[in-house]
Design a protein around this ligand. Structure first.
Ligand code: CA
Length: 236
């Protein structure tokens, strides 16, 4: 996987400037790429447009609290790991945060080493879940074949069709996750790379091409499915 050596990308959401800067600095020293947001709405905007490996999310924020931010992110079918920060040492708060989809929780003031350990643990765990099955250079299904190394495929019409680099990369990603939905965020991260965001329509156009190549009836696809608001799925 090409993204293995890439720095993990974190979003730190904290309204207190000194703490936000301290977190950014220390996380960057650990080798992470760090983006910061001061408010909930700012964080939501960033999460919609960019892939993150983890969000460090303060609960007490102006405009919109961290728990609402987390809830909104989960409603958008985004399962990015979230580590909550809270000034309140309140177990009810902790339970609510985790119930609303947080993955871990730290109470301020926290020990920096502990925060770094927890961040590392969540990032590694998330990477493992995303580890795909390996696929050989030539993949065959339903009378079609794809040669990922040669960037070629043979579709329903039995003609050899050249694939662009991005087409080959997206096909490989979908095939590696055969039977499972690959989220738009994963596609953006792996095929387009960090911080470059094509629109959903761009991905849709790729899927339309795949249907042309590989489907008997591209209006009733058996192999390349779009799952509205979530992502895309390949079935063999
Ligand atoms: Ca705060």
């Amino acid at each position: 996987m090409a993204n293995k050596d890439k720095k993990a990308s974190l979003l730190v959401v904290e309204d207190e400037e000194s703490l936000r800067e301290a977190l950014k600095l220390n996380l960057e020293l650990e080798g992470y790429e760090v983006t910061t947001a001061e408010t909930g709405p700012m964080a939501l905007k960033m999460v919609r447009n960019e892939y993150f490996d983890l969000i460090v999310l303060d609960i007490m924020l102006p405009e919109m609290d961290g728990i609402t931010v987390c809830e909104t992110i989960r409603m958008q079918h985004n399962d990015v790991p979230i580590l909550f920060l809270s000034a309140r040492n309140n177990s009810a708060d902790r339970v609510l945060g985790l119930k609303k989809g947080g993955d871990d929780y730290l109470t301020k003031p926290f020990n920096l080493e502990e925060l770094l350990l927890r961040v590392d643990k969540l990032v590694v765990k998330n990477k493992k879940i995303k580890e795909p099955q390996s696929v050989s250079d030539v993949y065959k299904f339903d009378g079609c074949s794809i040669d990922f190394a040669a960037h070629e495929c043979i579709g329903k019409d039995k003609q050899v069709q050249e694939l662009s680099k991005k087409e080959a990369a997206l096909l490989k990603l979908l095939v590696e996750h055969e039977g499972n939905v690959v989220s738009r965020e994963q596609i953006l991260q792996i095929v387009w790379g960090y911080n470059v965001y094509p629109t959903t329509r761009t991905i849709d156009n790729f899927i339309l091409n795949f249907r042309k190549y590989f489907e008997e009836d591209s209006r009733n696809p058996k192999h390349f499915h779009s799952i509205r608001g979530i992502g895309y799925k390949f079935t063999a």
